[in-house]
Design a protein around this ligand. Structure first.
Ligand code: HXC
Length: 260
């Protein structure tokens, strides 16, 4: 099933997996407010829908996204930026509780790189380029590009990217920890869908709490992170899916998780 929005195309691909394509190819998928708004709407629907367990976000072969739409940015003054409606959309994307996998080909720059970094897993085609070129426009990243990038690639690489604006290759992104796997560009989406399918058949509550726990670890000290992990682990002890997972192992069969 495919649903077309003005700037997105959304496909229900397989059991539990939905694919979202950014679709402004003439502008290299530059992110407009409308596009981020549509992404928020799709995420609202996906969060509420039990049959959707994992989202895959992609662009096209030439561009994941070349950044925030510069034409739109040019029209925004200080007050416009202070009241920027995009901020709500970014927050919505960052709060999406189910796994989000990004399949990146081509340019992934500025707000595009920041969007990819909202994903839990980034897979990249060999020709992908990641960068934060805002400095070339006399500005700086404003949707997590200094914070999430720092946590993903460490200080030196983050500083180099943010201060020079020069992009890095898929290989460098993988070596730095930004990207988990590199694929041939024509296989990036296929591989991302396979990773998503592998997650989609796991127990949804375990997936949700595991994601939350890893994200917690990104922004807290070790002792607090370990406490959170222990609580989450304990909560899962009360789920039917835990019983099912253990029983299926002992009975040498595949588990059938139902999200309870
Ligand atoms: C609006 C963009 C765009 C962008 C490309 N286009 N990037 N439009 N916003 N970010 C448009 C071009 O204007 C052009 O449209 C068409 O896409 C094709 O782009 P070209 O430049 O002709 O392609 P190419 O020569 O292949 O160069 C690709 C590129 C270059 C290297 C990616 O387009 C580029 O440098 N783009 C800007 C990248 C950037 O600075 N991103 C950061 C934005 S700031 P026309 O109509 O002319 O054919 C940002 C801040 C986030 O992201 C803050 C969040 C709060």
């Amino acid at each position: 099933m495919t649903k077309r929005y003005a700037t997105l195309v959304v496909h229900k691909v397989s059991a539990g997996v939905q694919l979202i394509e950014l679709n402004r190819p003439a502008a290299l998928n530059a992110l407009t407010t409308a596009m981020l708004g549509e992404l928020s709407v799709v995420m609202d629907l996906a969060e509420a829908e039990d049959d959707i367990r994992v989202l895959v976000l992609t662009g096209n072969r030439k561009a994941f996204a070349a950044g925030a739409d510069i034409k739109e940015m040019a029209e925004r003054d200080l007050v416009g930026i202070l009241n920027d409606p995009r901020q709500q959309h970014w927050q919505r994307i960052s709060r999406f509780p189910k796994p989000l996998v990004a399949a990146v080909n081509g340019v992934c720059l500025g707000g595009g790189c920041e969007l990819a970094m909202h994903a839990d897993i980034i897979l990249a085609g060999a020709d992908a380029r990641f960068g934060q070129p805002e400095i070339n426009l006399g500005i700086m990243p404003g949707a997590g590009g200094t914070q999430r990038l720092l946590r993903a690639v460490g200080k030196s690489m983050a500083m180099q990217m943010v201060l020079t604006g020069e992009p890095i290759t898929a290989r460098q992104a993988q070596q730095s920890g930004l990207v988990s796997e590199i694929t041939q560009p024509e296989l990036t989406v296929e591989r991302a869908l396979a990773v998503a399918a592998s997650i989609a058949c796991k127990a949804p509550l375990a997936v949700r709490l595991a994601k939350e726990s890893v994200l917690k670890g990104m922004d807290t000290d070790l002792a607090s992170g370990l406490r959170f992990e222990r609580h989450a682990f304990t909560v899962l002890a009360g789920t039917a899916d835990r019983k099912e997972g253990i029983a299926a192992f002992q009975e040498k069969r595949k588990p059938e998780f139902n999200g309870q």
